[in-house]
Write a protein of this length. Structure first.
Length: 185
């Protein structure tokens, strides 16, 4: 069985989807890690009995010091892949050069890197938006693309409908990318 780590910062909806769907594909979530002691995803880890690491980034003097701790904790679990699913931290080479990781981003990269990508994508001039799963690199949302799902904006009545659809397809894209990388059966 392949083993992954999932990193999150918020409510953990993508994490919950992975916890529900990956085991039947032969993939175990060996550890979940968050930088936010108040993250809703902590309850997801408890519900699925997934080991949890909480590392509050505010307790570190630098990004590098935080990343060093994350890398050390992940090493203990011997995972095949680390999946960033709503992990809201810019990672340094301390992490990116030592950890094989992919990231989910809610836009068609290279458009709309960083925060508020869904809003920016909805408001831009392009007739389509979408989601990207890419390799994590030292460049913010700049790693090689693994999977992209496109969504036509025409026919969507509101930002809320667009946002809801993006959040649905990002889960599917993330599972597909994990399977592509780990060679699911």
């Amino acid at each position: 069985m392949k083993k992954i780590a999932v990193l999150f910062s918020g409510k953990g909806s993508n994490f919950a989807y992975l916890a529900e769907h990956l085991p039947r594909l032969g993939i175990e979530i060996s550890v979940a890690l968050t930088n936010n002691p108040q993250a809703g995803g902590i309850e997801v880890a408890k519900r699925y009995a997934i080991p949890l690491e909480v590392i509050d980034h505010r307790n570190f003097k630098s990004r590098e010091a935080f990343d060093t701790e994350v890398v050390a904790r992940l090493k203990d679990y011997g995972v095949d892949l680390t999946v960033l699913a709503g992990f809201m931290r810019i990672l340094t080479p301390v992490f990116t050069e030592r950890v094989k990781a992919i990231n989910l981003h809610p836009s068609l990269l290279p458009r709309h890197r960083g925060l508020h990508a869904i809003e920016k994508s909805w408001e831009d001039e392009h007739p389509e938006g979408g989601v990207t799963v890419h390799w994590v690199s030292s460049e913010l949302d700049g790693g090689e693309v693994i999977v992209q799902y496109e969504l036509e904006k025409e026919g969507l009545d509101s930002f809320e409908e667009y946002d809801e659809t993006i959040r649905r397809i990002e889960k599917e894209a993330l599972v597909e990318a994990i399977c592509d990388v780990l060679k699911c059966d």
